[in-house]
Write a protein that binds this ligand. Structure first.
Ligand SMILES: NC(=O)c1ccc[n+]([C@@H]2O[C@H](COP(=O)([O-])OP(=O)(O)OC[C@H]3O[C@@H](n4cnc5c(N)ncnc54)[C@H](OP(=O)(O)O)[C@@H]3O)[C@@H](O)[C@H]2O)c1
Length: 328
């Protein structure tokens, strides 16, 4: 018998997630049957959607999340001990161990020369979000000015680097001076700590000819200012709105209608999953750029399954640079 640890939603979040909202429980897993295999978590992804989609969880449900796990017992010849598997993005969630029949589990197809953890990074959901959310939705052209916020995070840092690969001028915003230095090291043309600047004045100087593409991870007040700097025929990729996830009431913001119409701006929200039939294309480009050293994705690794909560809460205090992961 294997004892599995799980984190469940004990109480629906109300504002910023609290320690008591998520509870660690232990369950005894049944012996595996013919055709089944038992997996142990290796890396668990930590993502803002765990808060954004939490409304669809019931109290007592296991917290959403994706993980790379290893087969440790098997009665399935196709999944020998040692096989790496990956769960779905909103799948088995925060579990230390699980039996294959508990959810959708896929054999991991991952290039040997790329670290395993990047299966949930450059080649994972965040990589695909950056690739399709930027390349497909924004249709970047050489010389265009791109603004990206949440720029030192997983999606944002990849978007900025892809924009450079596409020959764009990139202006990034992140929440600390260290993150600003990091963005410069990644090749961002301009980078600013949004907590210490006047955004409107900064954009006048950093994007004097206006913004052609705005890749928005943050939403709220930040967006209401950037939108006024978007050029005619500009594109906005609405990827996330993390500034609003923990608010009890969303920000009430100035109306954007006239800017949209007169400047003929295209604004598209999206979910990466909608591009899943094209992931092989996205993975091909991301793997190629990664292996050629044209882009990188730093990892913010928290050690120990028990520290899932801490890693999750830290997303909202900006502790992470790059992809947040828990290593078991
Ligand atoms: N549409 C999709 O399919 C899809 C898929 C993946 C992710 N997303 C979205 O993309 C965004 C980035 O996700 P990620 O996984 O790459 O996370 P991430 O950027 O690695 O981590 C979150 C970062 O958000 C920033 N942040 C937190 N609270 C904030 C606030 N109130 N205002 C401004 N910034 C805040 C923090 O950085 P600072 O220090 O800079 O504040 C933090 O490090 C999120 O909005 C997420 O929901 C969307």
């Amino acid at each position: 018998m294997v004892k599995a640890k799980r984190f469940i939603l004990a109480k629906q979040f109300d504002g910023f997630p609290k320690d008591s909202d998520i509870q660690l429980v232990e369950v005894e897993l049944p012996e595996i049957k013919d055709g089944e295999f038992l997996c142990e978590a290796v890396y668990l992804s930590v993502d803002p959607y765990m808060r954004a989609f939490s409304f669809s969880l019931k109290e007592g449900d296991v917290m959403y999340g994706q993980q790379v796990a290893k087969v440790i017992q098997t009665k399935n010849a196709d999944y020998p001990v040692g096989t790496y598997v990956i769960t779905e993005v909103i799948g088995l969630g925060w579990r230390s161990h699980f039996v294959s029949s508990e959810g959708v589990v896929t054999k991991l197809d991952h290039p040997e020369e790329i670290p395993l953890s990047q299966a949930m990074g450059v080649l994972g959901m965040v990589g695909m979000t950056a690739y399709f959310g930027f390349v497909d939705i924004c249709q970047p052209k050489e010389g265009e000015t791109v603004v990206v916020n949440g720029a030192a995070g997983a999606v944002g840092s990849l978007v900025g680097q892809i924009a450079k690969i596409k020959g764009c001028r990139v202006v990034g915003f992140a929440g600390s001076d260290d993150k600003v230095k990091y963005l410069k090291s990644l090749g961002f043309d301009e980078a600013f700590n949004y907590k210490t600047i006047d955004l409107d004045e900064t954009l006048k100087k950093a994007a004097p000819n206006g913004v052609d593409i705005y890749f928005d991870n943050v939403g709220g007040k930040f967006s209401s200012i950037v939108r006024n700097h978007v050029n005619k025929y500009g594109r906005i990729s609405q990827c996330g709105f993390i500034s609003q996830y923990n608010l009890k009431e969303p920000d009430m913001l100035p109306c954007f209608d006239s800017v949209m119409v007169f400047k003929e701006i295209k604004c598209q929200g999206f979910l990466a999953e909608s591009f899943s039939d094209r992931y092989p294309e996205g993975k091909k480009f991301m793997a190629e750029w990664y292996l050629k050293g044209k882009l990188k994705l730093d990892e913010h690794i928290t050690e120990g399954f028990e520290n899932m909560k801490k890693a999750f809460f830290e997303l909202f205090t900006g502790a992470n640079t790059g992809k947040a992961l828990v290593k078991v």
